[in-house]
Design a protein around this ligand. Structure first.
Ligand SMILES: *Cc1c(COP(=O)(O)O)cnc(C)c1O
Length: 411
C-alpha cells in the first residue's frame, strides 16, 4: 500500500518549498507596469536583496534562472581573449566556466574533486604559474557535492599574490541559507537566483557587483545590450530594470519572501539553517554506524547548511528515492554530476534540499521518512537516527552553542 496522500514535500535542492505567503502574494491580476504600486515595490527590493548578501554594492535583476545570471555576470566583465580561472568543487562551477569558453574566454581549472571545498594551496600554486586572470570563478556552495568553500580565504590568497582579478562567487544555492558576506569577504561579483533560499518560483536571478567590477565593465570593448547591468542598476525608465516587461508576479512573490526573511532576522535565518543541517548530519552519522550510508562531505565545516549530499551502495539511492516518493510523498534530490546517468554508480547518490522555508517538523518528517525507507528497502543502517536529530533540535531551542548540539547526540 502507498501512504503518500497528504501534502507532498519537495526536498530537492531547488526549487525549494514555496511559502503560502509567497504564493498568495502572487495570486492577483496583472498590475500596470507603467505607473502605480509595482514601481515602488521594485525599488523596495533592492536594499533588501543587498542586505541578504551583506553588500553595499549594486544588484541587477534578470528575468531568467541561475544560468542567465552566470551569462549576465560574464557578459559584463570578460571578453574574447581574456583568461579566467575556475576553482571547481563540483559540477556547477564547470558549467559556469563552459559558458565563459563559449564567449571566447580562455579558462584554466583547478579541480578539487567531488568531495572537497576549495583548498587555498592549490589555488596559490595556480596563481604562481600565471597571474593574468581577469576573473576567479568560485561556487560558494556547490549543489552537486554540497561542499561549502571559504570565499574569504580565496580573497586572502589573491591579495597575498597581488592578483587584480575580479573575485566572482556563485551563491545560487547558498544565498539566504549559508551566511555570505559580500563586502567583508572582498567579493567583486556574485550571482544568485530566487528559487532556492529566496523561496520564490524560478524565473528571476541577480548579479551583485561592486565599484571595481563596474570599472571593469566600463573598460569592455562592448557589452551585450540585454545583459548589460548598467541600465538595470540605474534605470531612467522603469522598463530598464528588466530590459523589457517586468516579471510582475515574481516581484510580488519575492517581496513577500524578503519580508519573511526581514521579520525572522537574517542571523536567525542562518542559525535555523545551521541547526536543521546539524540535525540531518546527526541522523546520517547514526545511519552510517551500521551500514553503507555516508555523508558526501566528511568535515562538518565544509558542509553546506542548504543541501546535503549522501552516498549509498548503488542502486539503493535510487530505490530509496523511489520508495519515499511513491509511499510517503517525499521527493528527494537525485545525485547530480557525481556520476554519469548511464553509469550504475549514478544510483548511489542522493541529496536532501533544506533551503528556505523549512522547520524542524519538516526536517524530522524528512528524516523519519528516509529512516522508514531504509528499513522498507532493506538497507542496513544504525538505529536511532531520528532520535539523534531530535536531540540537536531540542538543544538548539535551549540555547546550546551550535557545536555542542552535535556533541549532545553523537559524542
Ligand atoms: C541551482 C544552481 C545553479 C543553476 O541555477 P538554474 O536556476 O537552474 O539555472 C547554479 N549554481 C548553483 C550553485 C546552483 O545551486
Amino acid at each position: 500500500m502507498s501512504l503518500r496522500h497528504g501534502r507532498s514535500y519537495l526536498a530537492i535542492p531547488g526549487p525549494s518549498v514555496m511559502p503560502d505567503a509567497v504564493l498568495q502574494a502572487m495570486h492577483r491580476p496583472s498590475p500596470n507596469i507603467y505607473a502605480g504600486d509595482l514601481i515602488d515595490l521594485t525599488d523596495s527590493l533592492i536594499p533588501d536583496l543587498l542586505h541578504v548578501a551583506q553588500s553595499t554594492g549594486k544588484v541587477a535583476i534578470y528575468v531568467g534562472n541561475g544560468h542567465a545570471a552566470w551569462e549576465a555576470a560574464l557578459a559584463n566583465i570578460v571578453q574574447e581573449g581574456d583568461r579566467v580561472l575556475l576553482l571547481a568543487t563540483g559540477r556547477f562551477g564547470h558549467l559556469w566556466a563552459d559558458m565563459a569558453e563559449r564567449l571566447g574566454v580562455d579558462v584554466d581549472r583547478v579541480e578539487y574533486g567531488k568531495r572537497s571545498p576549495i583548498e587555498v594551496d592549490q589555488f596559490r600554486d595556480a596563481l604562481k604559474n600565471r597571474n593574468d586572470y581577469k576573473a576567479i570563478l568560485t561556487v560558494h556552495v556547490d549543489t552537486a557535492t554540497s561542499a561549502k568553500s571559504d570565499i574569504s580565504a580565496v580573497r586572502a590568497v589573491m591579495d597575498e599574490m597581488g592578483s587584480d582579478a575580479l573575485l566572482c562567487a556563485d551563491c545560487i544555492a547558498s544565498l539566504g541559507c549559508d551566511e555570505f558576506r559580500f563586502d567583508d569577504w572582498g567579493v567583486d561579483v556574485m550571482v544568485s537566483a530566487c528559487q532556492k533560499g529566496l523561496m520564490t518560483p524560478a524565473g528571476i536571478s541577480f548579479v551583485y557587483f561592486n565599484d571595481k567590477a563596474a570599472k571593469v565593465r566600463e573598460g569592455q570593448r562592448r557589452v551585450s545590450a540585454y545583459w548589460d547591468w548598467q541600465p538595470r542598476v540605474d534605470p531612467q525608465m522603469y522598463y530598464q530594470y528588466f530590459c523589457g516587461t517586468a516579471p510582475t508576479h515574481h516581484l510580488y512573490g519575492l517581496r513577500a519572501a524578503l519580508d519573511m526573511i526581514k521579520n525572522e532576522g537574517l542571523p536567525s535565518v542562518f542559525d535555523r539553517h545551521a541547526v536543521l543541517a546539524r540535525a540531518i548530519w546527526a541522523a546520517a552519522q547514526v545511519w552510517g554506524q551500521e551500514g553503507p550510508l555516508e555523508l558526501n562531505i566528511a568535515k562538518a565545516e565544509h558542509r553546506s547548511h542548504a543541501v546535503t549530499g549522501l552516498r549509498l551502495t548503488p542502486p539503493d539511492a535510487t530505490t530509496l528515492r523511489n520508495w519515499t516518493e511513491e509511499n510517503a510523498g517525499l521527493i528527494l534530490g537525485i545525485g547530480l554530476g557525481m556520476a554519469e546517468p548511464d553509469d550504475p554508480a549514478w544510483h548511489g547518490f542522493f541529496r536532501m534540499g533544506h533551503m528556505g522555508h523549512v522547520n524542524p517538523s519538516m526536517i524530522l518528517g524528512l528524516l523519519g521518512t528516509v529512516d522508514a525507507g531504509l528499513k522498507a528497502i532493506g538497507v542496513p543502517h544504525g538505529e536511532g537516527a531520528v532520535s539523534a536529530a531530535t536531540h540537536v533540535i531540542a538543544a538548539a531551542t535551549t540555547g546550546a552553542p551550535l557545536d555542542d548540539q552535535i556533541k549532545s547526540c553523537c559524542g
